[in-house]
Design a protein. Sequence first.
Length: 267
Amino acid sequence: MLTFDHDPTISVVCPTYNSRAFALRALESVLVQTVPPFEIIVADDGSTDDTLQAVQAVLSGHPEARAQIIADAHFGAGAARNAGIRHAKGEWIAFIDSDDVWLPRKLELVMAAIRAHPEANLVCHSEEHIMKDGGRRPLDYGGRYDPCRPVGPQLFFSNLFSPSAVTCTRSLLHKAGLFDESLASWQDYDLWLRMSPWVRPFFIREVLGWYCEREGSISAGSLWRQWRCAIRVASRHREQVTIVGYLCRLLRLTGSFGARGLSRKLT
């Protein structure tokens, strides 16, 4: 059980890659939080546009914010997040992808949940999914979770977490081994599964952020590449479930990606 004799410190990690307009929107949503973070770390993944200059300009307008920018070569979303985690000094890490947006009370309510539930080492809130066509739908991660069942098998069949909705202890991330930089996508899902033996989640059912789709995001890629990563992650964690459950998961993943591919051809 985690206990605090002070306010928990939260480091915000924001990976960016050629996402000037989106990154500025994400950062502004962090800078207007009703409870400010301990620090903000922008980890740039080798942007070739003016993302870095724009981020520097925004942060320079908020001298009260404790912020730093890490500029590395282009190695992918996992590498950018890992760089931010390694530089973080806070006891807790909150992620925000450069596509996404937090609502103003997100950190305030997460901080309150951390204090109220000292047994938890991960807090996840609901989001609103903003689709590329402008459609919206709620993502209630807590509604999928059964506290009476082990986390791992539940995660294997249904992702319970989302990077921009998760705040977890820095020690938990290091214990699980951080993001797998060899995966072109699905790095977050793989990390959640590796964390599952030790994770003690608490879910805030209120929508506290927007998960926004866009073309060319830091974790975007071809459906073929995404499917290969999904199958690789499922195979890596197949011991979480029975052989029948594992095969069912493979079929569901293949069917899902096949349907998405067909939909793209028809539009």
